[in-house]
Design a protein around this ligand. Structure first.
Ligand code: FES
Length: 157
């Protein structure tokens, strides 16, 4: 051992030196953990919390027909089937009018959603085009749909 580095001669015992190193290591771990919590708080990990809910077989919904379904969050949607460019096109919008919450209905002949309470009208994409919802720029909430092997799923959450 190098005589110049003998801890006992500098007034620091070997045990004291080891304790100091352990204490500094403990502090470094503590500050590192605290820093990790701060980073997690400032930049939280975004989880894909969407749930896939089976709604129906595509074969069971002919063009012009609808299916109403509810999500685990308690929201109810109307699944519609429209023919667009010769293909079945499924989409789902909330059955709750954003004006005052009445139930909307799908009118296939007009390709629109209609709210009977105050005459709110929404186009096939849920955009308000007449009545109080149009004045307030309130549209129907959309639910994403996925069709896999003719099974229709709603992506909720
Ligand atoms: S609740 Fe639908 S238009 Fe008023």
């Amino acid at each position: 051992m190098c005589p110049a580095l003998k801890p006992e001669e500098n007034g620091i015992s070997r045990k004291g030196f080891i304790r100091s190193v352990l204490a500094m290591g403990g502090l470094a771990i503590s500050y590192g953990t605290f820093g990790a919590f701060i980073m997690r708080y400032l930049w939280p990990v975004k989880k894909n919390t969407k749930q896939k809910i089976y709604v129906s077989s595509a074969k069971n919904i002919r063009v012009g027909e609808t299916v109403t379904f509810s999500t685990p969050q308690g929201e109810t949607y109307i699944l519609t089937n429209r023919e667009v460019d010769g293909k079945n096109t499924f989409s789902a919008y909330s059955n709750r009018c954003p004006h005052l919450g009445c139930k909307v209905i799908w009118e296939h002949a007009s390709s629109r959603f209609y709210c009977p309470c105050h005459g709110g009208v929404f186009n096939e994409k849920g955009v308000a085009i007449a009545g109080p919802p149009a004045k307030a720029n309130q549209s129907l909430k959309k639910c994403d749909i996925e069709v896999i092997d003719s099974a229709i799923y709603a992506l909720s959450g």
